[in-house]
Write a protein that binds this ligand. Structure first.
Ligand SMILES: C[S@@+](CC[C@H](N)C(=O)[O-])C[C@H]1O[C@@H](n2cnc3c(N)ncnc32)[C@H](O)[C@@H]1O
Length: 284
């Protein structure tokens, strides 16, 4: 079987399984199986696969056919140009979260403070503090998660990216394990925000492979934001911002919730699809 035949056959298989972008998925998986950049496949369409390569590609395709995410099969994800390991231990970082990382580092880069302190609540793979520490060489980050497995993955990602000495990882339920006197120049969070009843309607890649802990935002999806609105203020320096990601349609409820808790809602920003996705609030 040639490279092109393998791609065509697997594309048809993925189509039958209902995958989005079946041809692209097939090419990415074959490139991974052959340890080649994807574009190199185009120069090798007529090359015959060895039987070992065919076996490997068949097994990877079978896994993807069960809706296991491509990122879990390949084992990595790209986030802000950095390569991060990903697994069932933590949510696969999403492209829109790169915008939150960018907002954070742009804010920090404009501060006069040369060594700002940043707190990330619910760090998962560690994508946010790792990207922030990578862009802001003076920044020191504290990354909190309630999941031991996620923290282990985040720490190893930070080591791989060369920023581990500037990130402290703390196992904590929300703010509970943080010392009361701590103050940060910025808090970021992409908390679990799916309403519990909606989880069963998510794509299998998300529902069956992202940790429930990373998705479940309680009955209305807003449980974690209530904790942020009530508790984040005392961990911020005067006028320092809280930047959060949130789910579709949650902007009005969050505006109201944060205003009622004496926050100034500075901005609601949109994602790549022009949907409201991020809220920036400050305590005056
Ligand atoms: C939506 S994921 C976001 C992960 C990562 N920040 C990202 O953007 O890809 C939410 C994270 O919050 C963590 N989490 C859930 N409940 C928590 C709690 N009570 N305290 C701290 N972290 C929590 C989950 O383990 C998960 O890693």
């Amino acid at each position: 079987m040639t490279v092109l035949e393998a791609i065509r056959k697997t594309t048809e298989f993925f189509e039958r399984k209902g995958l989005d972008s079946p041809r692209l998925q097939s090419e990415l998986l074959l490139a991974h199986a052959l340890s080649l950049p994807r574009m190199k496949l185009y120069l090798n369409f007529e090359r015959a696969l060895t039987s070992a390569e065919q076996d490997k590609f068949r097994e990877l395709s079978r896994r993807r056919g069960t809706r296991e995410p491509l990122q879990h099969i390949v084992g990595t994800v790209s986030f802000c140009g950095l390569e991060l390991a990903c697994s069932k231990a933590a949510l696969i970082p999403r492209p829109e979260t790169e915008l939150l990382a960018q907002m954070a580092w742009e804010h920090l880069q404009a501060l006069p403070e040369p060594a700002p302190n940043v707190l990330d609540i619910g760090t998962g793979t560690g994508c946010l503090p790792i990207a922030i520490a990578h862009r802001c060489l003076g920044a020191k980050c504290t990354a909190v998660d309630v999941s031991t497995d996620a923290l282990r993955l985040a720490r190893s990602n930070a080591e791989y990216c060369g920023v581990a000495e500037r990130i402290q990882f703390i196992e904590s339920d929300g703010f509970s394990a943080l010392e009361p006197g701590l103050r940060f120049d910025l808090i970021v969070s992409n908390p679990p925000y799916i309403a519990a009843s909606e989880i069963k309607t998510l794509q299998p890649e998300v529902r069956d492979f992202d940790p429930l802990l990373a998705l479940d935002g309680g009955p209305d999806g807003l449980v974690f934001y209530r904790r942020l609105a009530a508790e984040a203020g005392e961990f911020l320096n005067p006028n320092a911002p809280l930047m959060m990601e949130f789910g579709d349609g949650q902007a009005p409820a969050l505006r109201e919730m944060f205003s009622r808790q004496n926050w100034v809602v500075e901005a609601v920003r949109q994602d790549y699809s022009q949907r409201d996705r991020f809220l920036i609030a400050r305590r005056p």
